[in-house]
Design a protein around this ligand. Structure first.
Ligand code: ATP
Length: 316
């Protein structure tokens, strides 16, 4: 039914290597790595052999080319990615606190990452897309939201499905437009991919079990709840929950786990895999990604994920 479409920021990520040092002193930095939640998601879709197309924008610079090269290498359609002649590719600088928590310094709003909109190319893409995946970061981005607002009814009208990863970072909640957009996406999605308390936020209730019931009752067909090192659980209306434990790995870089999980789950389901199998691949994709430095360096092909699963001796 056509490619999975995602809309939003494309960035490079540069990482400080000395925990606790911040960026106030010179130190070795690593990167640039291709990044941006939609790009990571798409990269994982493409690597698993799912048809995937990204709408966004990069600058006319090495950082933009790095992203385009990687996406194409992973099989992602890049025809609807603009190249802005005036603004540089978006960037994120990541630093680690001594306790392992991350802080980000973003250059997004005044970069090429935010400089795109609805075009004839995007319209043509929507007219053959089979699925729309919406990232929470897009709710706070005028350019991305404009495209999503127009793409959503078109893709649904042709029988396409919708998934939504709230990815509600604290700073996003300061924007007054966010909550109504969030509520709309919860109401429109077939598959919701929350993490932690996003489940309760989506349902507007405190209790997790009641939240699942309310969301399924409200029309969400599947909820894939990401639980970090506790694995993940899929809930559906007329079937018992399916849980997968997490794969035991040494975490080198947590960035991108949720996006790889989502890219793998959506792609496997779209390729017709049953829930339990799709969930195993999604957990493997998330776990494999945290074993590599860089936000999408660990996204795996089917063969790589099979090898990863076999190497852990894991049984679903
Ligand atoms: P983020 O927003 O940081 O990308 P998230 O909160 O959306 O992540 P997580 O629950 O952290 O999503 O990760 C998604 C999935 O990846 C988890 O359900 C789990 O299966 C796998 N995963 C993540 N971190 C680890 C880890 N340290 N070890 C093993 N598996 C992990």
């Amino acid at each position: 039914l056509g490619p999975t479409l995602c809309v939003g920021e494309i960035l490079v990520e540069i990482v400080a290597t000395t925990p606790g040092c911040g960026f106030r002193a010179p130190q070795p930095l690593i990167g640039p790595y291709p990044s941006g939640a939609p790009a990571i998601f798409m990269s994982q879709c493409g690597r698993l052999g799912g048809a995937a197309a990204l709408v966004g924008c990069v600058g006319d610079d090495d950082f933009g080319q790095l992203n385009l090269d990687r996406l194409r290498q992973d099989g992602v359609e890049t025809g609807a990615i603009g190249i802005d002649p005036e603004y540089p590719t978006g960037s994120a600088f990541v630093r680690y606190r001594p306790d392992g928590q991350r802080d980000f310094v973003f250059n997004l709003a005044k970069s090429a990452a935010a400089r795109f909109g609805w075009t004839a190319g995007t319209e043509a893409l929507c007219d053959r897309a089979g699925h729309l995946h919406v990232m929470g970061t897009a709710l706070a981005m005028a350019s991305a939201w404009e495209v999503i607002d127009r793409a959503l009814p078109r893709i649904k009208a042709r029988g396409g499905s919708v998934s939504f990863d709230p990815n509600l970072r604290k700073e996003l909640l300061r924007d007054p437009d966010i909550l109504p957009r969030f509520a709309r996406m919860v109401a429109e999605c077939d598959l919701l991919l929350p993490s932690g308390a996003e489940l309760q936020q989506a349902a507007g209730v405190e209790d997790a079990e009641a939240a699942v019931a309310a969301l399924l009752q409200g029309g969400v067909a599947e909820i894939a709840l990401k639980q970090g090192e506790a694995g993940a659980t899929v809930y559906r209306r007329d079937a018992p929950p399916v849980h997968s434990q997490a794969f035991a790995v040494e975490e080198i870089d947590p960035t991108g786990a949720g996006d790889c999980f989502g890219g793998a789950y959506v792609t496997c389901r779209r390729l017709g895999l049953p829930v339990a199998e799709a969930l195993t691949y999604a957990c493997a994709a998330g776990a494999r990604n945290v074993t590599r430095r860089g936000p999408m360096e660990g996204a795996g092909t089917r063969a790589e994920l099979d090898a990863f699963i076999a190497a852990t001796g894991y049984r679903a």
